[in-house]
Design a protein around this ligand. Sequence first.
Ligand code: XMP
Length: 320
Amino acid sequence: LWNPASIIDDSIAHVRDMVGDDGKVLLGLSGGVDSSVVAAMLHKAIGDRLTCIFVDNGLLRLHEGDQVMATFAQHMGVKVIRVDAEQRFLDALAGEDDPEKKRKIIGNLFIDIFEEEAAKIEGVEFLAQGTIYPDVIESAGAKSGKAHVIKSHHNVGGLPDYMKLQLVEPLRELFKDEVRKIGVELGLPSEMVYRHPFPGPGLGVRILGEVKKPYADILRQADHIFIQELRNHDLYDQVSQAFAVFLPVKSVGVVGDARRYEYVVSLRAVETVDFMTARFAHLPFEFLELVSRRIINEVTGISRVAYDISSKPPATIEWE
Ligand code: XMP
């Protein structure tokens, strides 16, 4: 019988066995479900012999970096090093508008920063990863730069020192729904554990074309209103993924007596089982109307809100 508590006990025993009495483990914490559950589990198994590195790339959602720190560092007492790398990511992305090139820039810079931080920590022998069973079986996935981002780096010349580390992958045999149940059992907040997926390149692929800080700031606010209202209306768990997309085009609007000429965001919400095909979510018009009004009234810089009615295929879920 599958039981989260016994899976946790077994995994903890296995980790302690592998890591020994004084082995140290490093983990790249993204705030996503998988790495969060690994962090909680390893913390339970080996306490402060776990060090997490959280790279804030400036492409996260509103307050996301602070929430990761609040949950893990303050609340659970996990040792987390937060690297504020927003400016480095913005600099690296400046002038680039090609989606795949943006993905590569973000992925490579993440690895560079992770390596720099890892090199500062003494005596680490193990690298933990949130690899789950579906990652193991379909390790290809052209777009999914997530779990394999570090592994794919193996191919690039000589291995950095930290790559000589032994891998600890306690979720390797688990499916996503099992990982979630384990997360809850380990005491992670359920909003974190049941969150929609968020792509590794973050807002970098939700700002169409060139990424700029003011665009990211506008998008964060619009996205936050959308998600907040989905939660308020008990719609969040009925859709598989929802977010706002920033369109760098200007449109005319009028607020009160004043004419506005500002940017456009599109809302995207889909229903899907496997993310390979998806139907746009048939959200109630009254709900969309309310979200649109709030965004235009509250977010300076947006004059128009659209709703994406494309399904996958032929459209993808993300816009880039
Ligand atoms: P698409 O846009 O291909 O998205 O229909 C399918 C799912 O994959 C996510 N996605 C990504 N995840 N790195 C990731 O970690 C990426 O580059 C990436 N691109 C898309 C997307 O959010 C959706 O859940």
